[in-house]
Design a protein around this ligand. Structure first.
Ligand code: BYC
Length: 480
């Protein structure tokens, strides 16, 4: 079996020898039509016949794994790609540390492993559903193509999890794979599993914030699952991470380009006060305070995805060797954590305080802290753009107690600096921190499509370079 190059001969491209694995191949071929129906129903609306300049994985070799070509999205080669097996790999953490990594599901951890895979799988189609109307208001063909690239890859990530369910979890895996096609983002009766994946992504600033913050949660969770002692999961997540990087690039550069355009327009108009929102908005660009509010919203929703401050689930998953820490191999400790502690921000007697908790119970927060550090890097870059224009404004990450729905801080109200507020103060000041109805109406008013090759909507700057080094006026999507 060739584990580097992908077999495109059969119906399902793969590097897992699906041709020899008749049971799993049949199960996936049975699931395939339901997936395509879901894609037609819930995928990008209005563009299923368009030719999109997409990247398709042709190998899992980090050098040159992709090729670019025009593809109609329903004909995209969604495949099953695992990073190559590391010879003699060991379980890297937990009570089984040092034992041979598992090639089959360890019986005693079956339910926990299935749950992790199902939750991961559920987020992938959810994001496609959330973004399905955005193509209609794309600020350029370049951006439209990036949206669709993200969408087809989230579809592929669903395939990745469905493969694990079908191959390793028998009849219940099959049922879970079906259920992944039945739930719908935001549906009151059959919602997606995690909160942030039931929110709307109504405009392109939301899309860029989502890919900046929520895809970055994806990165952290995939990094933690890539450590897994269950080797097929580790290999699957390692390959997914190579795709995830592009999604975060789309988010970070998207927000950068919006900030760049706003600052440029302010400079040209001689506006120095970033809080003079009325004048800034008249220029047809998004004022910096509103961008900050959108960041507050998406950051807080994404923090919820790390679960509770104290988590027995996380402790058990680590102890069992199923879900590790961010870059486990670079951490210098015993990788078992049965003794140590970890400092966690908690609500103690109505105050926010740091408290040392058993390291195993604090694992969700450890991953979240690594996430916050990662989020801050892009903020530094955004602030550099503003500095370049000499505008007195700085973006800041809101406090982790702000606007929470999961964990200790879901029971209180706090401002963006982490000062606790009464319910009435919160109601009075909410629009200072989060997008108001009028902010949303204003952003929506800007969402006019720009479909001429090489042209961009007035509220966003062009990118510095094209995709696949294409020239500025390249027709990334041939709309049909
Ligand atoms: N919403 O012990 P706890 C991505 C539940 S994004 C609703 O703290 P745990 C992507 C929890 O299920 C990455 N419920 O939970 C990005 C539990 O319920 P049960 C997705 C929540 O397990 C962009 C109870 O509260 N991958 O890939 O430690 C585009 C107790 O909580 C939530 C993963 O998340 C919530 N936010 O932590 C596309 C990795 N939080 O079981 C894709 C897999 C907690 O007691 N998932 N609950 O009924 C996990 O590792 C963990 O399950 C979680 C939760 C981190 C999600």
């Amino acid at each position: 079996m060739d584990v580097i190059n992908v077999d495109y001969d059969g119906m399902i491209p793969n590097n897992v020898g699906l041709n020899q694995d008749i049971r799993v191949r049949k199960a996936l071929e049975k699931w395939h039509p339901g997936y395509l129906d879901w894609w037609q129903d819930m995928g990008p609306e209005g563009f299923q016949q368009s030719l999109v300049y997409l990247r398709t994985a042709v190998s899992v070799d980090p050098k040159g794994w992709a090729k670019f070509d025009y593809v109609r999205m329903p004909e995209y080669k969604w495949g099953i790609l695992l990073a190559p097996q590391v010879e003699d790999r060991k379980v890297p953490f937990g009570t089984h540390r040092g034992e041979k990594a598992w090639q089959e599901v360890p019986g005693e951890h079956r339910a926990m492993l299935r749950r992790l895979i199902v939750i991961q799988g559920d987020t992938e189609p959810a994001s496609v559903e959330q973004q399905r109307y955005l193509g209609k208001t794309a600020p350029s063909l370049y951006d439209m193509r990036n949206l669709f690239q993200v969408n087809v890859e989230e579809g592929r990530h669903l395939w990745a999890m469905v493969y694990l369910l079908q191959k390793y979890f028998g009849a219940d895996g099959r049922d879970e794979a079906e259920a992944l096609l039945q739930r719908r983002s935001g549906d009151p009766d059959t919602p997606r599993m995690l909160g942030a994946f039931n929110e709307k992504t109504p405009d392109w600033l939301s899309f860029f914030m989502f890919t900046y913050f929520t895809d970055r949660d994806g990165k952290m969770q995939l990094e933690a699952l890539a450590q897994s002692g269950f080797d097929p999961l580790s290999r699957t997540c390692r390959f997914m991470l190579t795709e995830e990087a592009h999604h975060m690039f789309v988010g970070e550069t998207g927000v950068t380009r919006i900030i760049e355009r706003t600052c440029e327009a302010m400079k040209q108009a001689g506006i120095e006060d970033p809080y003079d929102t009325e004048r800034v908005r008249k220029l047809g660009v998004i004022d910096l305070p509103t961008i900050q509010k959108k960041a507050n919203l998406h950051f807080s929703l994404s923090l919820d995805l790390f679960g509770n401050e104290i988590s027995t689930n996380a402790a058990n998953a680590f102890h069992a060797g199923l879900k590790g820490r961010f870059r486990e191999e670079r951490i210098n400790d015993d990788h078992k954590l049965e003794g140590g502690t970890y400092p966690v921000l908690r609500l103690v007697d109505g105050k926010i305080e740091k408290q040392d908790v058993p390291a195993l119970s604090g694992l969700n927060m450890r991953l979240r802290d690594d996430y916050v550090t990662d989020c801050n890097i892009g903020f530094g870059r955004w602030n550099k753009v503003i500095e370049k224009y000499g505008i007195p404004f700085q973006f800041r990450l809101s406090h982790v107690a702000f606007h929470r729905h999961i964990g200790e801080f879901s029971t209180v109200k706090a401002d963006v600096d982490g000062n606790l507020l009464s319910e009435s103060e919160w109601r009075r000041r909410r629009d200072e921190f989060l997008p108001s109805d009028s902010d949303r109406d204003f952003i929506e008013s800007l969402m006019q499509p720009q479909r001429e090759p090489g042209k961009f909507a007035g509220w966003i700057a062009p990118p510095k370079v094209g995709i696949d080094n294409k020239p500025g006026d390249f027709e990334y999507v041939k709309i049909q």
